[in-house]
Design a protein around this ligand. Structure first.
Ligand SMILES: NC(=O)c1ccc[n+]([C@@H]2O[C@H](COP(=O)([O-])OP(=O)(O)OC[C@H]3O[C@@H](n4cnc5c(N)ncnc54)[C@H](OP(=O)(O)O)[C@@H]3O)[C@@H](O)[C@H]2O)c1
Length: 278
């Protein structure tokens, strides 16, 4: 495993496992347990995913000491505001069966996210949370939040895949020493990504799959990745990325796939909140 150091000194694995859209709790518990056996230690969940309990159960069942894990969860929009957000993190901790969290993120820049951020700052100062950050914060919201709070977020988790590489955001992450974390590294399979001729051709050179090439592309840029899969063989495949390197030319070619636009939603779309809340 490779690691990154967050700006407060916390060490974070560079490769983790996401559990978005694994709604069936039994399945989620099984999948996380299997991922632990393979070697994954970073798990990315959220209040919104409704599966924190399953993640907590699998971790307990593994009998591996809690300190070996890096658990991330997020505060959803309907828990925004200082009091609700604070309570929601304590609730997440209960569900995850842990007395501390490694990373808590404000999931979306909607509602009273100022209040939510103050709540996680407080949890951080109380030692209940080892690192705090944001998700889906683009330069305008990010700089605004930083300007009016004491603690600079340690992580920003944003949509990042070969079709959307976040080049506009990167200078801001660099300026404030904020760790870039990719969500949706495979674009959830959109644009037929697993059949992409360029990625396939690069993979063939190293006897690696398209998924492995994508993960390596981000790992080599020190971007944390948290791919999701419910299949054991893919879990192994996605973990088997530390024995090869992409050349500068490969990196350049994959960089040229950037369409500089998200594939999922626009934060500027006024109907988005309705989708988020209902
Ligand atoms: N902060 C946010 O707003 C936000 C938003 C979205 C996601 N996330 C986080 O980021 C994590 C990852 O993103 P994501 O789940 O949206 O999408 P993703 O990881 O880009 O893609 C997951 C899809 O790829 C497939 N897949 C995985 N490994 C594969 C492989 N080796 N070969 C072929 N197909 C493969 C999976 O299928 P199977 O499962 O069928 O194998 C699934 O359909 C989430 O689980 C979540 O933790 C955060």
């Amino acid at each position: 495993m490779e690691y990154v150091n967050l700006h407060n000194g916390v060490v974070m694995p560079k490769l983790g496992f996401g559990v978005y859209q694994i709604k069936d709790l039994e399945e989620c518990e099984r999948v996380v347990f299997d991922a632990i056996q393979i070697g994954y230690r970073l798990f990315d969940t959220a209040q919104r995913y409704h599966n924190e309990e399953a993640v907590g159960n699998a971790i307990l069942k593994s009998k591996i000491p809690r300190e070996e894990f890096f658990i991330t969860t997020k505060v959803w929009v309907d828990s925004s505001g200082e009091e609700l957000a604070y309570a929601s993190v304590l609730e997440s901790m209960k569900k995850l069966k842990t007395d501390y969290l490694d990373l808590v993120l404000i999931h979306q820049p909607f509602g009273d996210y100022y209040g939510s951020y103050r709540a996680i700052e407080k949890l951080y100062q109380e030692g209940k949370v080892k690192a705090i950050g944001v998700s889906n914060f683009y330069p305008d919201r990010l700089v605004d939040l930083i300007t009016f709070h004491k603690i600079i977020p340690m992580v920003n988790q944003v949509e990042t895949h070969p079709f959307y590489q976040q080049e506009e955001l990167k200078p801001y992450l660099k300026q404030y020493h904020i760790q870039h974390e990719s969500w949706g590294p495979f674009a959830e399979g959109k644009n037929d990504i697993f059949e992409n001729p360029l990625l396939k051709q690069i993979g063939e050179k190293y006897q690696k799959s398209v998924a492995q090439v994508i993960l390596k592309f981000f790992l080599q840029q020190n971007i944390v990745v948290i791919p999701k899969t419910v299949h054991l063989s893919r879990m192994k495949e996605n973990f088997d990325v530390f024995d090869f390197s992409l050349s500068e030319e490969d990196m350049k070619q994959i960089k040229s796939m950037d369409q500089k636009k998200g594939l999922f939603y626009s934060l500027q779309d006024p109907s988005l909140l309705d989708r988020f809340l209902n």
